[in-house]
Write a protein that binds this ligand. Structure first.
Ligand code: EPZ
Length: 432
């Protein structure tokens, strides 16, 4: 397993290109199931989750052609960060999403809705839990059953079918769920009739997917709100779309500058999706200046102010930024309370931060952080995607050597992180 070896303690300086959003591109790629025509996606980030989803889609029979600056590329060996994919679902000949692939990426379960909508049946492996929580799928199944699907669970698979077409439904989510909202939208766009969904997740990545679906001929009203009205179509056309920039990657590098000091430029920033996050970081004392339509200058003198946050569905503070923000608060003089409201076990990074000298106590859903002068280097282990990047941030702040193991977690959601940080002056190496 690869490790990252980091010797930090120096202010960052340089420029970072923000990549396409992981949690958008997975949904965008999944829509290729819904049409027989070419779907071309630009600004696709080179991430292991993208490779896993490509493997799943090719397993269904979808063809995927990869280009980099117009030149054909091999998705699995490319050295580029930013790709264009053309997917075509007209050759789908297998409606089974196997555990061997689905176990690597929970979003595989988002194939259930579109497969049912397009083909009337599908067998999809249950996603299983992960280290941050049990990750139920009851809302996904309830929505599809409300649309006429018959679903039985056996041997770790959801076996689903519908007589004829999925039917439109009026459905209220009893909990805000990104994945269940995505599955519902991709089902309703081809269902018979007009569906109304209440209490939908409003994440920007869902909005990005809806904008693509509308380009494909879908009829979706109130995009970006919690009440979506979708009029099903008989078929959808192909389209071309550019993946939105990754707001969580952007927030991660803003937290980094708070821990290292210095000043860097971020390019390809999607300001619309991080307005509230920017306000929160400004309150910690990090200077953030918009220097162009899609560029920002972020600086810090490492004088970080302690503050409390609670994770909430969008537009609240994102749970995917909680670990990174916790690392930042570890060096903020005073006390900060970090409350995680979305997942029952998303504090796996805290024991590792404690091994680096952090002073944190957990009480149920709240971590109370007391600021310390600095982190110590240590051998630590990544446990999930955001926990692993939070350890990178802690390591950036200290000149002592830190070795982070199991960094395959990082590769799922951060495109070439060691290259981007090395370009900002960080002594960081990936070792086998
Ligand atoms: C998506 O996961 C993201 N993943 C997660 O990002 C993100 O943390 C999460 O949304 C919340 O924003 C992708 O987009 C690929 P949920 P998802 O359904 O859809 C409960 C990352 O680091 N729930 O919104 O699985 C669930 O248990 C990843 O990039 C049900 O109870 O999240 C959780 O407590 C991690 N029943 C809460 O809702 C259901 O049927 C929110 O989960 C579905 C969910």
């Amino acid at each position: 397993m690869d490790k990252l070896v980091i010797k930090g303690g120096k202010p960052l300086s340089g420029t970072i290109e923000i990549s396409g959003a992981k949690n958008s591109v997975l949904a965008l790629m999944m829509t290729s199931i819904l049409t027989d025509e070419d779907l071309t996606l630009h600004n696709v980030p080179y991430l292991s989750d993208v490779l896993t989803l490509a493997e799943l889609l090719e397993n269904f029979g979808i063809t995927i052609k990869v280009k980099n600056n117009g030149q054909p590329e091999d998705l699995y060996t490319t050295k580029e960060n930013n790709l264009s994919l053309t997917l075509n679902g007209s050759t789908i000949n297998n409606l089974n999403a196997p555990y061997s692939i689905a176990k690597k990426m929970r979003a595989s379960f988002w194939s259930l809705g579109p497969m049912l909508a397009k083909f009337g049946k599908a067998t999809v492996s249950l996603p299983g839990g992960c280290s941050i929580g049990t990750r139920q799928i009851d809302l996904h199944l309830d929505t599809l059953k409300a649309m006429g699907a018959e679903i039985s669970i056996s041997n770790g698979y959801a076996n689903a079918k519908v007589n004829g077409r999925l039917k439109a439904t009026n459905f209220t989510f009893n909990k805000v769920s990104v994945g269940a909202t995505i599955n519902a939208i991709m089902s309703a766009v081809l269902a018979e009739g007009v569906s109304t969904f209440l209490n939908c997740a409003q994440e920007p990545e869902i909005q990005d997917m809806c904008h693509l679906l509308v380009k494909m001929g879908a009829d979706i009203k109130n995009i970006g709100t919690s009440k979506l009205i979708i009029t099903g179509q008989d078929k959808l056309q192909g389209a071309t779309h550019t993946t939105m920039s990754d707001r969580i990657e952007t927030g991660t590098y803003i937290a980094a500058i708070g821990l290292t000091g210095g000043s860097i430029t971020l390019n390809n920033v999607d300001f619309e999706s991080i307005k509230n996050l920017i306000d929160t970081f400004k309150k910690t004392g990090i200077q953030i200046e918009k220097t162009g339509d899609r560029t920002m200058q972020i600086s810090s003198d490492k004088q970080i102010k302690a503050m409390d946050i609670q994770t909430m569905p969008y537009p609240g503070f994102p749970t995917d930024m909680q670990a990174q923000f916790t690392a930042l608060m570890c060096l903020a003089p005073g006390t900060s309370c970090i409350t995680e409201n979305l997942f029952e076990n998303r504090f796996m990074h805290i024991p590792e931060l404690q091994r680096m000298g952090a002073d944190i106590t957990i009480n149920n859903r709240t971590a109370t952080v007391v600021g310390v002068p600095q982190f110590n280097g240590a051998k630590v282990m990544a446990t999930d995607l955001r926990a692993s990047v939070c350890l990178v941030l802690a390591a950036l702040s200290t000149p002592e050597e830190t070795i982070i193991d199991r960094i395959y977690h990082i590769d799922r959601g951060y495109c070439r992180i060691e290259h981007k940080l090395a370009k900002c002056g960080v002594d960081i190496k990936r070792v086998k």
